[in-house]
Design a protein around this ligand. Structure first.
Ligand SMILES: *Cc1c(COP(=O)(O)O)cnc(C)c1O
Length: 398
């Protein structure tokens, strides 16, 4: 057995089988590169689903982690720590909201947004008790909690996990009229991904999000944009909603907020929502807002801003898709994306191609059968992308 086979056999034996990874065992990484236990190098074109936008082990983020680990890691929110305030100040200045509430994982950020919207609805919109409705989209991915998978339309995510939380209505994605039709007096929020990542990189029509924002405003419904995957530069703007000049009432964020080093998530919103929703004791998390997380996330934000990662993603994404389109092989059904989030949809099952890309040094994961998602760290260079396109062309065209 190779080392790779040994590690995989162990995981098969002792871990729950809740994933179907590519058969590669990674032990080291730096920037866009990862190295497996056999010493083979690969370009990471998944970036842990956009959690590693800054590149693996960015020196500034690792420095912040080590320095903070030497001082203080956890206090719980029972006491204050000297990292949370300065970090949140930086976050709300960057995003231009009044306040943030910090959690750890993306799903927790979404749960926090759901709670905020419901409380706002009862306290500010006079929705009768337990009647709040939140509208969500077909093909959504917002995480894995029982409430969240309850409004998923993906049978893999939800089958067998009921009974589910009531209060959600599903409408088609990319259909603003459907949103207006679904809103009633008890609707408190519309929860939407500006680009659906997990569904296979679905980019809605231009103007969709703007139209949704107008409809929400008109009916006094909160617009919650889930930017956990699309945020922090991935799509070529700091947030994907910036593309349409939309300012959501709540943004959920996670993934790259932790710089690929530490799980950090949260929501931002203005006082009208935050103050109506939260009071001491009604929400929280043991690790949420911990000093290690705040120190890491603070450095992670600095890297995004200082290295102009959104601008890089905008430019390189155009280049990448332009080059991919030249492949023009009959196997390719569609190439779509925004910034450095790209889906390449085939007319056939994508997994054999992900495997062949892996054999040639490119890690990308197939999603939903026929689509391969390419989302390299935003620090990738044009030359490195051009090299990757060459390999992709060889694999697809073979
Ligand atoms: C990844 C993701 C989540 C869930 O984040 P976790 O950290 O895995 O809980 C939620 N929403 C979107 C859009 C995501 O891509």
């Amino acid at each position: 057995m190779t080392k790779t086979e040994q590690y995989i056999a162990e995981v098969e034996e002792v871990s729950a089988h809740n994933y179907h990874p590519l058969p590669v065992v990674i032990s080291k990484a730096e920037g866009i590169w990862v190295t497996d236990v056999e010493g083979r190098r690969y370009i990471d074109m998944l970036s842990a689903y956009s959690a590693v936008n800054q590149g693996h082990r960015h020196p500034k983020i690792i420095r912040a982690l080590k320095d903070q680990a030497d001082r203080l890691t956890l206090t719980s929110r029972a006491f204050h720590n000297d990292q949370m305030g300065p970090f949140i100040r930086k976050l709300v200045k960057l995003t231009r909201y009044d306040k943030a509430l910090l959690m750890n994982t993306g799903a927790e950020a979404v749960e926090t947004a759901i709670k905020a919207a419901r409380r706002w609805g009862y306290n500010k919109k006079n929705v009768p008790a337990d009647k709040a409705k939140i509208i969500v989209c077909d093909g959504n991915f917002h995480g894995r909690t029982t409430t969240i998978v309850g409004f998923s339309t993906d049978p893999d995510c939800r089958t067998g996990f009921g009974p589910f939380t009531p209060g959600f209505e599903i409408i088609p994605y990319n259909d603003a009229n459907a949103l207006e039709g679904a809103i009633d007096a008890n609707t408190v929020a519309f929860l939407v991904e500006p680009v659906q990542g997990e569904a296979g990189v679905f980019v809605p029509s231009e103007g969709y999000l703007k139209k949704c924002a107008e409809i929400c405003r008109k009916h006094n419904v909160l617009l919650i944009c889930d930017e956990i995957q699309t945020g922090f530069g991935r799509t070529g703007r700091m947030f994907c909603s910036d593309w349409e000049g939309v300012r959501p009432d709540i943004i959920t964020m996670g993934k790259a907020l932790g710089g690929g080093v530490y799980p950090v998530s949260g929501i931002v919103a203005d006082n009208e929502i935050m103050m109506a929703a939260f009071e001491p004791g009604n929400h929280g998390s043991t690790f949420g807002g911990n000093p290690l997380a705040c120190a890491v996330a603070s450095a992670a934000l600095d890297v995004i801003v200082d290295e102009h990662l959104p601008e890089r993603a905008a430019e390189l994404g155009e280049f990448f898709r332009g080059e991919l389109k030249k492949i023009a092989h009959k196997r390719v059904k569609e190439i779509r994306g925004k910034g450095l989030l790209t889906g390449l949809e085939l007319h056939e099952t994508a997994r054999p191609f992900s495997l062949e890309l892996m054999n040639r040094g490119i890690l990308a994961k197939d999603t939903h059968g026929t689509t391969i998602r390419f989302a390299p760290p935003l620090v990738i260079t044009k030359e490195e992308l051009a090299g990757a396109v060459k390999t992709i062309a060889e694999v697809i065209g073979k």
